[in-house]
Design a binder for this molecule. Sequence first.
Ligand SMILES: [Mn+2]
Length: 168
Amino acid sequence: MKILVVSDTHGHLDLYEKLIEKIKPMDLVIHCGDIEGQELMFENLNREILKCNSVIVCGNNDFFSDLDREASLEIRGHRILVTHGHTMYVSANTDFIKQEAYARGYDIVIYGHTHRPVLDEGSAITALNPGSLSYPRQEGRLPSYAIITFENGQVSYAIRYIDRDFFG
Ligand SMILES: [Mn+2]
């Protein structure tokens, strides 16, 4: 099972559409917030191109949306918390969000907000931030996304970057 994780698209889905045309199909897509009004378009693209459902949470810039602040998923024995992260001090580090998720019984927490990709893998809890497709802030500033793969009883994570050769 393969899950695509993206975040902080901030009103732009043109790069996202090119991305999913290239990496289709997926089993699920998670958007960690700051989608800025494009949730219906996002869900439709995922249904049409990836043939899958979408999980979207509310970001600090999703002012007029009725998106949930959190999503709770259970996949292949893993409990996954999805949240934008802005209320959990994620700009500093992953300590608080990991503690919070672990205390609530999760073993994977997925968030966004910082526009910087993070994979903080641990035995008790793993924190994953896919970065931003629209406004990357990490060194080099390449748009990024993440893939989570559940296979043979194992979970693996990959952060991928879209450079100028990505689409060939
Ligand atoms: Mn944002």
